[in-house]
Design a protein around this ligand. Structure first.
Ligand code: TXA
Ligand code: MG
Length: 337
């Protein structure tokens, strides 16, 4: 398949491709998404094929206006309305009871549907012009880090989709926060750009699914199917090193050899004697979120086989950075302190 690279002037062409049942990679403020008409079963099945994604991992339906929520959700609790008003358009996905019109291919047979209204102007325009809603997972090959730059999308999706809409670099850099509003107490399934504190300031206390920070135990059911897969992982082995600045530097430098690298903070860089890839300043979770997936791809491009990573803070957007990095590391952690 020949893949067209389209700029924003050609967004109407991209919308036509969606209408005709094709696949279009669209930029969003979180990561690039691999989109198709959410109501076209064949087009949705093609998303899974293009990504190599297991069919039991459901997709997010992207809407272009808050009112579209009622097209896909069978029930809209008060808290969902509050969250929509506070955070949409933006990096928040809500899981709600599914309306019958949403194909099982989108929800992977669940009776719930995940919905998000992205704030990237090109995504919004594409959804509105395509005259439908757009089902889209992140536009990476299944298992790889999500794409936050056009180059990442081309590396993974060239020849697998009809078109890629160029929107430059993604602002947030990590996928949206996913919250389920199906049970009595809202439950965070995946941390992202909208933080737990921000959500709680609007709807009160929420639960945090244990899979956000910890590995699922043998036989434990994944609340969000995506959580059970090895994720966001580069080819290189990643190990998170917990400890003070000095402990981290000393430990990593003592491991210096060919193929060993560091995923560090800006402050560590000049003290390291191995090749390093900085996530950003130690206290700047926003930059760490924006850079993480690029860093993971760069580590592979540099031929690093083992990278020792600093542990991000677990609050604010840091929780989302940690959630992705711990999965990239396959939950491998060294504790020096
Ligand atoms: O920021 C994002 O959310 C990006 C952009 C493109 O919008 N999309 C994205 O999609 O990250 P994906 O498919 O890579 O991740 C969606 C996550 C998966 O972990 C999936 O299992 C979960 O949301 N999910 C989708 N539908 C669900 C449902 N009905 N119940 C529970 N989890 C669901
Ligand atoms: Mg994904």
């Amino acid at each position: 398949m020949e893949t067209k690279i389209l700029t924003q002037e050609s967004v109407a062409d991209a919308a036509r491709i969606i209408k005709n049942g094709g696949l279009v990679v669209m930029p969003t403020e979180t990561v690039y998404g691999l989109g198709a008409d959410a109501f076209n079963k064949q087009a949705v099945a093609n998303i899974f094929r293009a990504k190599g994604r297991p069919m039991d991992n459901p997709l997010i339906v992207h809407i272009g206006a808050i009112q579209d929520l009622k097209k896909v959700a069978a029930e809209i609790p008060e808290k969902a309305i509050k969250l929509a008003k506070a955070f949409w358009p933006g990096p928040l996905t809500m899981v709600l009871p599914k309306a019958e019109c949403v194909p099982d291919e989108v929800s992977a047979g669940l009776d719930t549907v995940a919905v998000r209204y992205p704030s990237h102007p090109l995504a919004e325009t594409l959804i509105l012009l395509s005259d439908t809603l757009i089902a889209a997972p992140s536009a990476n090959l299944s298992g790889s880090p999500s794409p936050t730059e056009l180059k990442h999308v081309i590396d993974d999706m060239n020849g697998r989709v009809d078109a890629i809409l160029d929107g430059g670099s993604c602002e947030v850099g990590l996928e949206s926060t996913v919250i389920s509003l199906v049970g009595d107490v809202p439950r965070l399934l995946r941390p992202g750009g909208v933080t737990v504190d921000e959500i709680e300031s609007v709807i009160g206390e929420i639960e945090i699914d244990p899979a956000v920070t910890d590995k699922l135990k043998e036989g434990q059911r994944a609340e969000s199917p995506g959580m059970k897969y090895k994720h966001y992982a580069p080819q290189a082995r990643i190990i998170i090193v917990k400890g003070s600045d000095e402990q981290y530097i000393r430990y990593v430098n003592s491991r210096e050899q060919k193929g060993v690298g560091a995923i560090c903070f800006d402050e560590d860089a000049e003290k390291l004697s191995v090749p390093f890839f900085s996530l950003g300043a130690k206290d700047d979770c926003q930059s760490q979120a924006k850079n993480l997936f690029s860093v993971l791809r760069s580590v592979d491009e540099a031929g690093i086989e083992l990278a020792y990573a600093r542990c991000p803070k677990l609050d604010g957007v840091g929780l989302a950075v940690y959630n992705r990095l711990i999965r990239a590391a396959g939950f491998e952690v060294i504790r020096l302190a």
